[in-house]
Design a protein around this ligand. Structure first.
Ligand SMILES: Cc1cc2nc3c(=O)[nH]c(=O)nc-3n(C[C@H](O)[C@H](O)[C@H](O)COP(=O)(O)OP(=O)(O)OC[C@H]3O[C@@H](n4cnc5c(N)ncnc54)[C@H](O)[C@@H]3O)c2cc1C
Ligand code: FES
Ligand code: FES
Length: 1368
């Protein structure tokens, strides 16, 4: 390999992790930093959430030292994409390095705990590292010194720091507050509920209570030993591990030539390696060439002709350069162009991708592979020049020429790009009237990025003002569009030519738009093509409309609020924060949390910080995949069917022989016992497809290899030979299931009862809607920790299985059947679960069983951690359904009868689907329908088997009833809120619909919540203001909606065990699993309360003495499953029963000791009890009384949204919730459950699409296509009040559930969106001279941007312009 190799041979890779030195001499160059940290170091805080740069769970702080400047550069990067070999001489800080239990937690971690910002904890280490990096970098700036205890960070930066990190549990608000608590410009009053202070305390007191922050301690602490080594000329990478870091173009060329001579294709050129997040590597490369050290590729050069940026410069550095302060010499207009390019680039991906992803990498991906790049589009109209080299030849191309070439070969290297300044392209003098306008646009599911755009655009125009006509002349323009389903970004030449030299007016704009319609046409196969084309029109309109001389008052009373607002930089829906007198837009405004804590059962009722929150924040909390692999451990990956119904003839690998590292292929024939993937009360499911596959995504086999990567790669290389001969066609829709009578039978006891007389109700009605249809899709759990298990064979044919699982008992039973052993040979252990939401109940069992079967066959430990794609394909998710309804109602809006025909797509296996009818009905009955008649069929199809997902059936029920209410209101042209009002239950009608579950009259709190919420949210005043807003704005419409919930839950038997150890500490086991919902915290509180009833000294300290331990199916039996929102309270009750027994056992001794000693402390009492052989361990099985197994929960929400009619984007401006928690066991935990559930509901109603292809195979299978809410998509103001509704004698210490019901409240966002759309449609019709006041339409869930835009009118701009031209 010539010079390079000779120079660097024998050297090794040196770097630091958490200030610890690592030196490696033999490294597989394809090893990622994540793999190294997780498998070869004790630092497990870097979590694998997606493996594609889309979630932030794996991020670390990467610090580089510049010996010339003696400076350290710190930034976050995703360890799942960063290759280890690229880190020579670098220092890595993980969450453990930020702070830990041994050396002390960092205030970041303490504040995450204190602000209740961690639930399952899987995202928390990544969040903490993001914030840490933001603090480190802010505190390095020369901004004014902040107040003591704060950082130089601003609130805006604090919010943005975590905007690329996903959290599925919390709903983000508390996380944002924890981050903002460090910001110098924060108003402490704005920070939400926390365990540090009480509302109303002074800022000084608040600050004194916060875990203190000293900016001087926030540095990344680059290790001195590494600095010394770097100064002494630290090594470059060595040939030994096939990693090359050429330091010059010549070296690079010689490497490339040598590779060519060796005919080697297996070389990969990289900079940040983030491209693999999108283009997954299905094979491994032999050699890697890192371009970062070649000076020509790393330059940033500014001269009077423009800015040159090296191809290896990261996007973050490019942003810095384009925004740079030392641009004094450029013309103002050029500076504006540079700044706008930078602003747009800040919306690309997330901070941690931009910090390592290069500008060149992005453009090469766009050139070679058609990547829908933002950078490519925005650089197109500004005359960018590309400097490339092929072999010895250097070349310059315009960006258009660059894209016009066939895909560049591997020898062609992009050296740099040059963005010219305007003055270098045009001869402009200061006297000229010519102005340069430049804007960039992108429409994406998430405004702040980490979402590829549906379309992006950039427009540059030179305009001058024509005094004679008082109009604007367009002298020249360049219009670029990209990412809309086109090979490369394009210039809209026809439109440019048409516009050039024109005086702008509405007619010209109209003609230009007509031309554009024929230009921006997505290629076949692109999703939402018409929507994307309409976006192009919207953006051009937005750009030019302010230049068109439109009268401020347009006849008919409309003001063009949109364009004026946008072009004047007016941000109606943005919040602002002041810092040093400057206003910064913030993502969220201050929110209100109202809770009442009760001392009656102290410490139950107190907002105690979540147990284990700090170790979750430091990443020390152990999840299943964090358990170190036992020696000789193997790793498995599932091979899934792509066919819905077929025989499997054979499974082979593409190469013919088993791929690298593969040890075994386990399938149905390797199961020693029964082929069961799960056993539950609901039915069986095979572990592996037997004779036939039953759906696409079904498990066919489990390939076992020496590493998880090898197993995953092998699974990808598997080729299945299917045979479909003589098989019936698969059932791929509910309609086909009906035709073929393919249903799961619902046992009578699970069939809900009809209510009232439907025919009579219909006869009483004044109006009827007959046979209206709606459809609902699925939703994926998106727990941050994917399915995982570790099975370890033990002596005497026993097996220990560590499983991330909501029902370990069912897993134990299943595994025992699979390997034909008694259940007492199988121990299933679950400590904590990184988010479940129902997806780790039935669906986690086959994962555990597959590991156990493989471990049994191979007689060695076997584990698996599913990659996100496989997890999404196998998960099933929520039940899609088709609903047909007929409803009768009076002119007043009072509904008299409702009939529902519901076809539920259960998929191929029963799972929990037979529960769906009663779950749906539990929610549908929330209104007084007069009479309610229904026919619900659970269809058995050859589609993925669906399972319970948080609020199963209930969220769909919520959608159904609100859609019907809205339909009734629009038919009658009356306010929908009045229809809701009139149909709310009285206590009598509640009893009629819910029978005995309705409880006591005083317990029916919904009417008071309903009224209270109207007042606390200013519902009526805001409704009026919205009318005014809508009257004054054309392209933004707002809607508001108030919805109630009545949500039935079911309490199940649950076991518990409490043991008091000799030193007075207490260990507790419960049937419930800690999923992040705070179950352990509530159980701890209950244990402390119930044992404190012994009434001796020191019991006030008991909370600190309680430890809840992992669930172990051989230690505590009959654990059942954790779900349905009530396992926390039933686990608490089980523990209370145990404690009662212990108190009773201790009482006689205590009395005796009291008599003897006058007083007795807890520890002394316990010691005496041990000495006198009192049994200090008690177990129980809580069985709820028959009359209290079901109860109702109440709440209501008001949401206000704003819809952008040009893009279809919906912004949630405000949500107010009041939710009845009875007497909350822990208001902090319940608040977290309410907010988190609600945001998950927003995902279902607004964002998350989980479709399948025509064979039923899931097609959105990663973070690129599946978009859960992020910080920038939650309500800007989010106010939650937990109502304490006093005494409920049949409930556990008067408490009520909070885990699922609030999720269904998110329907209020959907309804508010519908209201805003209705306004838009009315406006649209008015432009055609039609009255749209009673227009009825269906709004699908999720109401994504394309869906909303389509309903608002894909051609609304054209209609508006026509109307404007007509009224002139
Ligand atoms: C989660 C995520 C979200 C993203 N979102 C967006 C987005 O919204 N908009 C957007 O525009 N982009 C987005 N990106 C793409 C991102 O900008 C690119 O991944 C990144 O810029 C690539 O740079 P890199 O240095 O990591 O390239 P690498 O991954 O190192 O390389 C990418 C490819 O380019 C080749 N290559 C790299 N440099 C050169 C060179 N100088 N000459 C020749 N070949 C070269 C490599 O061989 C490789 O084939 C996203 C990426 C991720 C991971
Ligand atoms: S695991 Fe790396 S970003 Fe998701
Ligand atoms: S706490 Fe964020 S994903 Fe669970």
């Amino acid at each position: 390999m010539g010079e390079v190799a000779a120079e660097t041979r024998k050297q090794s890779l040196v770097f630091a992790v958490n200030r610890q030195r690592f030196e490696l001499s033999d490294v597989d160059p394809s090893t990622t930093l994540l793999e190294f940290l997780r498998y070869q170091t004790p630092f497990k805080s870097v979590k694998l959430g997606c493996g594609e740069g889309g979630c932030g769970a794996c991020i670390v702080l990467l610090s580089k030292y510049d010996p010339a400047l003696d400076q350290v550069h710190d930034s976050t990067v995703s360890s799942c994409l960063t290759l280890l070999c690229s880190l020579n001489g670098c220092s890595i800080t993980t969450a453990e390095g930020v702070g830990n239990s041994k050396d002390g937690f960092h205030p970041i971690q303490e504040r995450f705990a204190g602000f209740h910002a961690s639930q399952c904890g899987f995202c928390t280490p990544g969040m903490c590292v993001s914030l840490f990096s933001a603090l480190v970098n802010a505190d390095k700036t020369n901004r004014p010194e902040p107040r003591p205890g704060f950082s130089k960070l601003t609130v805006t930066e604090a919010e943005k720091a975590i905007s690329g990190n996903l959290c599925r549990c919390t709903g983000y608000r508390p996380i944002a507050d924890a981050c903002k608590s460090f910001a110098a410009d924060v108003d402490m009053e704005d920070l939400g509920f926390n365990s540090f202070w009480k509302k109303g305390e002074s800022d000084e007191v608040k600050l004194s209570r916060l875990s203190s922050y000293n900016p001087n301690n926030a540095s990344s602490k680059f290790p001195e030993f590494l600095k010394k080594e770097i100064k002494a000329g630290a090594c470059l990478a060595s040939k030994d591990y096939h990693w090359y870091s050429p330091a010059s173009l010549e070296q690079l060329q010689s490497l490339l030539q040598e590779n060519e001579a060796n005919n080697g294709n297996s070389v990969k050129i990289i900079v940040g390696n983030t491209g693999v997040g999108y283009y997954k590597e299905l094979e491994l490369y032999e050699k890697y060439i890192d371009l970062k050290y070649i000076p020509e590729l790393s330059i940033i050069r500014k001269d009077q002709t423009g800015i040159e940026i090296g191809a290896a410069v990261t996007i973050s550095k490019a942003i810095e350069a384009l925004k740079g302060e030392n641009q004094g010499d450029y013309h103002l207009e050029s500076k504006t162009v540079f700044k706008k390019l930078a602003d747009h680039m800040e919306k690309i991906a997330s901070d941690f991708v931009r910090n390592s992803g290069s500008v060149g990498g992005n453009l090469i991906m766009a050139q070679r592979k058609r990547f829908p790049s933002d950078i490519a589009t925005i650089l197109l109209p500004v005359g960018t020049i590309m400097n490339i080299t092929t072999g010895q030849k250097l070349g310059k191309l315009t960006l258009e020429e660059f894209f016009a070439r066939p895909p560049l070969d591997s020898k062609t290297i992009l050296l740099s790009i040059k963005i010219p300044c305007w003055e270098s392209r045009r001869d402009i003098s200061s006297e000229t009237d010519t102005k340069l306008l430049f804007e960039t646009y992108r429409a994406a599911p998430r405004p702040l990025g980490n979402a590829l755009p549906y379309l992006n655009a950039a427009f540059l125009a030179e305009v001058s003002f024509c005094r004679s006509s008082t109009r604007v002349m367009l002298n020249d323009c360049q219009l670029a569009f990209g990412a809309y389903g086109t090979k490369h970004p394009i210039r809209a030449r026809k439109v440019e030519d048409f516009l050039t030299g024109k005086l702008l007016n509405v007619d010209v704009l109209f003609e230009a738009i007509k031309l554009l319609e024929t230009t921006v046409i997505p290629e076949d196969g692109t999703s939402s093509p018409a929507y994307r084309s309409s976006l192009a029109v919207g953006f051009l309109y937005e750009f030019l409309s302010s230049l068109v001389h439109t009268p401020a008052e347009i006849p008919g009373g409309w003001r063009n609020g949109y364009s004026i607002a946008v072009l004047n930089g007016d941000s109606n829906s943005e919040n602002y924060n002041k810092f040093n007198g400057i206003k910064f837009p913030t993502l969220l405004s201050s929110s209100k949390q109202v809770i009442q804590s009760s001392k009656e059962y102290h410490p139950v009722g107190q907002p105690i910080t979540k147990a284990g929150a700090a170790i979750q924040a430091s990443g020390e909390a152990v999840f299943v995949d964090d358990i170190p692999s036992p020696s000789n451990c193997l790793y498995g990956a599932f091979i899934c069917s792509t066919e819905p119904l077929a025989r499997v003839r054979s499974i082979k690998f593409k190469s013919g022989s088993p791929p690298v590292g593969v040890t075994a292929l386990i399938s149905v024939k390797d199961i020693p016992g029964k082929n069961v993937g799960c056993t539950s009360i609901f039915g069986l499911e095979p572990l592996y497809a037997d004779e036939h596959t039953q759906c696409a995504g079904e498990r066919i086999a489990f390939v076992v290899a020496d590493t998880q990567r090898h197993a995953d790669l092998a699974a990808n290389l598997a080729v299945i030979d299917y045979d479909k001969e003589n098989l019936e066609p698969p059932i791929l829709s509910v309609e086909e299931a009906v035709e073929r009578q393919s249903f799961f039978e619902v046992p009578p006891f699970l069939n809900p009862e009809q209510v009232g007389d439907f025919s009579k109700g219909m006869a009483e009605s004044d109006h009827q809607i007959l046979c209206a249809e709606i459809k609902l899709g699925s939703q994926y759990y998106f727990y941050m920790e994917t399915q995982t298990a570790l099975a370890v064979p033990d002596e005497d044919n026993c097996m220990t299985v560590y499983s991330s699982n909501q029902c370990p008992e069912f897993a134990q039973d299943t595994i025992a059947q699979c390997i034909a052993l008694p259940a007492n040979n199988i121990r299933v252990i679950t400590r904590r679960v990184g988010g479940g939401f129902g997806g780790k109940a039935i669906k986690a069992i086959p994962v555990a069983a597959a590991c156990a079967v493989a471990a049994y066959k191979l007689q060695c430990p076997v584990r698996t951690y599913l990659n996100r794609k496989t997890d999404m394909i196998m998960a099933g998710g929520r039940h899609p359904m088709k609903i047909t309804y007929s409803v009768g109602f009076k002119t007043s809006g009072k509904i008299t009868a409702l009939k529902l025909d519901i076809l539920i797509d259960a998929g191929a296996f029963a799972d929990a689907s037979i529960l769906m009818p009663s779950l749906i009905l539990g929610t549908v009955r929330r209104y007084d329908w007069g009479a309610l008649n229904f026919d619900i069929k659970v269809c058995k199809t050859n589609l993925p088997s669906r399972s319970a997902m948080r609020a199963p059936g209930e969220v769909q029920g919520s959608f159904i009833v609100e859609a019907i209410i809205e339909h009734v209101a629009s038919t009658l042209s009356i306010e929908v809120d009045s229809v809701r009002n009139i149909n709310l239950h009285t206590y009598n009608s509640l009893g009629f619909f819910y029978k005995s579950i309705a409880g006591e009259p005083l317990e029916y709190t919904l009417p008071s919540i309903w009224d209270k919420l109207a007042t606390s949210s200013d519902f009526y005043q805001r409704s009026e203001m919205i009318k005014e807003f809508n009257r004054c704005n054309i392209w933004r419409k707002r809607g508001i909606s108030r919805v109630p919930i009545v949500h039935e839950v079911n309490v199940r038997p649950t076991p518990g065990k409490v043991s008091i150890l000799k030193d007075g500490s207490i260990v507790v086991e419960v049937g419930g699993i800690e999923l992040g919902q705070g179950l352990w915290t509530k159980v701890k509180q209950m244990t402390a309360y119930a044992l404190s009833l012994i009434k001796c000294g020191g019991t006030e300290e008991l909370l600190e003495k309680v430890r809840v331990v992992q669930s172990d199916t051989l230690s505590l039996i009959q654990g059942g499953f954790t779900g349905g929102s009530t396992t926390s309270e039933s686990s608490c009750e089980a523990v209370r029963l145990c404690c009662n027994v212990l108190v009773e056992r201790l009482t006689a001794l205590k009395e005796r000791l009291l008599e003897q000693m006058g007083s007795i402390e807890w520890e002394a009492l316990v010691l005496q009890a041990h000495l006198t052989s009192v049994n200090l361990s008690a177990s129980s099985l809580f069985i709820p009384e028959f009359s209290s197994t079901h109860y109702l929960n109440y709440g209501a929400a008001v949401s206000e949204v704003e819809v952008n009619l040009l893009t279809g984007e919906t912004t949630i401006l405000q949500t107010d919730i009041i939710y009845d928690c009875g007497q909350s066991l822990n208001p902090a935990v319940d608040l977290g459950q309410i907010e988190g559930a609600y945001v998950q509901g927003i995902g279902f109603f607004m964002l998350e699409e989980y479709p399948t292809n025509s064979d039923g195979l899931v097609t959105t299978n990663g973070t690129w296509t599946y978009k859960i809410p992020t910080m920038d998509t939650i309500p800007k103001q989010f106010n939650v009040e937990i109502l304490s509704s006093g005494h409920h004698k049949k409930r556990v210490l008067s408490s009520k559930a909070s885990g699922e019901p609030p999720l269904t409240l998110a329907v209020s966002v959907h309804c508010a969106t519908r209201a805003a759309i209705a306004e838009a449609r009315q406006q649209l019709l008015s432009w055609s001279g039609l009255d749209g006041s009673n227009s009825t339409f269906q709004l699908e869930a999720p109401a994504t941007m394309p869906v909303v835009k389509e309903l608002c009118g894909l051609d609304s701009i054209q209609k508006f312009l026509k109307w404007t031209m007509g009224t002139k």
